[in-house]
Design a protein around this ligand. Structure first.
Ligand SMILES: Nc1nc2c(ncn2[C@@H]2O[C@H](COP(=O)(O)OP(=O)(O)OP(=O)(O)O)[C@@H](O)[C@H]2O)c(=O)[nH]1
Length: 345
C-alpha cells in the first residue's frame, strides 16, 4: 500500500497544475523525447506521464494507444515514492507488480524503467518511462541518458511556462493600452468624449462630409447661468448637474451621434446623416427633457436650461470657420434670452 503525505501531495499537485500541461494536445517536441528514450533503452514503448489527483495522464505515449490510466496501482507512482530511478527487470518476478492489470492483461508488460520529472523546487510531477513486453535490463549509460532526457522534459515545460507567462503579460499589456486609450479619450467627470477625442471624430467626419456629401449637423450646447448655479448650490451640486446633463444627453441622442465635453459647461454633439430640421427636432427634445427632469439633490429639485447653436456641416466651409460660426450662433442664443436653439445662418 502506498502512503501519501497529504500536505506535500497537495503542494505537488499545485506544482503540476502551474504548468497547465494536463489535457493539452500531443506535441512533436515531447513525442521526440519519448522516441529518443525508447531508442536509447531499446524498448518499443516510452511514456511522458504526469501523475494527477486520480489518474496518470500521458503527454507522449509511444507504443501504447492510451492517453490516461487510473492512478490506482500506477507503476509510475512508485517512481515518485522512491524519488529516483525504478527498474523492474521482470514484472512477473516482482510481487508488487505481478498482478498489475497491464501485466496480467494486454499489453502484458514485462519490463519497466522510469525516472521522475522533478520541478526546480523539488516536486515530482510525473515520470519518463520505458517499457517492454519482454524482461530487460538498463545499463548505467542508458540509466544516465534516461535521466538526462527527463531533465530535457522539464526544460521544455519550463520554456512552455515562460512562453505562456509572456503571452499573458502581452495580453495584459494590450488590455492596459486599450484602457489607457479609453481614459485618454474620456472626460473623467461625465464619461463623454473629451475635447481632444471629439475634435478627432469631428475631423474624420468632416473629411467624410467633404467626400460623400452626406448631411451632418453640429450642436453647441451651453448650460445657462451655470456660474450662478455653482455659486448658489455649491461646486459639488454643479458637478452632479453636469453628470445629469450627460446622462440625459446619452438618452436623447442616437448611439451613432458623438457627444463631447468641449469645456466647462459647454458640450458639442455631432449628428451624422442628419439634416438641419431633424437636428433641430433633437435639440428641442433635449431642452424639453431637461425641463421635465430636474437635478435631484437631497434638498433641491433643480431645473437646468441650455442654449444651443446648430449648424449643418458644409463641404466648402472649413471646420474652423464652422466652429466660429457655431460659437457666434450660441452667443446670439444667449443674447436673445437663453433656453433656446438658434440655427446658424
Ligand atoms: N461644478 C462645476 N462647474 C464648472 C465646471 N467647469 C466649469 N464650471 C463653471 O461653469 C461656470 C460657467 O460660467 P459662465 O461661463 O460665466 O457661464 P454661465 O454662468 O453659464 O452663464 P451663461 O453661459 O451666460 O448662461 C463657471 O462658474 C465655471 O466655474 C465643472 O467641471 N464643475
Amino acid at each position: 500500500m502506498m502512503v501519501i503525505d497529504t500536505d506535500s501531495e497537495q503542494q505537488r499537485l499545485a506544482a503540476l497544475r502551474r504548468y497547465h500541461i494536463l489535457d493539452t494536445p500531443p506535441e512533436v517536441a515531447f513525442d521526440d523525447i519519448a522516441r529518443l528514450a525508447a531508442h536509447v533503452c531499446r524498448t518499443p514503448m516510452a511514456l511522458i506521464n504526469f501523475i494527477d489527483d486520480d489518474r496518470q495522464w500521458f503527454k507522449a505515449a509511444l507504443g501504447l494507444g492510451l492517453r490516461e490510466l487510473p492512478r490506482d496501482n500506477s507503476i509510475c507512482a512508485h517512481v515518485l515514492l522512491q524519488r529516483g530511478l525504478l527498474v523492474i527487470p521482470d514484472t512477473l518476478q516482482d510481487s508488487r507488480f505481478a498482478g498489475h492489470p497491464l501485466v496480467t492483461a494486454a499489453p502484458f508488460l514485462r519490463f519497466y524503467a522510469g525516472v521522475p520529472l522533478e520541478t526546480p523546487d523539488g516536486h515530482l510531477i510525473g515520470t519518463l518511462c520505458v517499457m517492454d513486453l519482454q524482461p530487460g535490463v538498463l545499463d548505467d549509460t542508458q540509466a544516465e541518458l534516461l535521466k538526462a532526457l527527463a531533465r530535457q522534459v522539464m526544460r521544455l515545460l519550463e520554456l512552455w511556462q515562460a512562453n505562456r507567462r509572456q503571452a499573458e503579460m502581452l495580453c495584459d499589456l494590450d488590455q492596459t493600452r486599450e484602457e489607457l486609450a479609453v481614459l485618454a479619450a474620456t472626460d473623467p467627470l461625465t464619461g463623454l468624449a473629451n475635447r481632444r477625442a471629439f475634435n478627432e471624430q469631428l475631423r474624420q467626419h468632416y473629411a467624410l462630409v467633404q467626400s460623400c456629401q452626406q448631411p451632418a449637423c453640429l450642436l453647441m450646447i451651453d448650460i445657462d447661468y451655470f456660474k450662478q448655479f455653482n455659486d448658489e448650490y455649491g461646486h459639488q451640486i454643479g458637478d452632479e448637474a453636469l453628470v445629469h446633463f450627460a446622462t440625459l444627453a446619452r438618452k436623447v441622442f442616437r448611439g451613432t451621434d458623438t457627444i463631447g465635453r468641449w469645456g466647462g459647461e459647454e458640450f458639442l454633439v455631432l449628428l451624422p446623416n442628419t439634416a438641419t430640421e431633424q437636428a433641430l427636432a433633437v435639440a428641442e427634445r433635449l431642452r424639453n427633457t431637461l425641463a421635465r427632469t430636474p437635478v435631484r439633490s437631497q434638498e433641491h429639485r433643480l431645473i437646468m436650461t441650455v442654449s444651443i447653436g446648430l449648424i449643418e456641416l458644409q463641404p466648402e466651409r472649413s471646420l474652423s470657420a464652422t466652429l466660429k460660426l457655431l460659437d457666434d450662433t450660441l452667443y446670439h442664443a444667449k443674447e436673445e434670452g437663453r433656453n433656446r436653439t438658434l440655427i446658424a445662418g
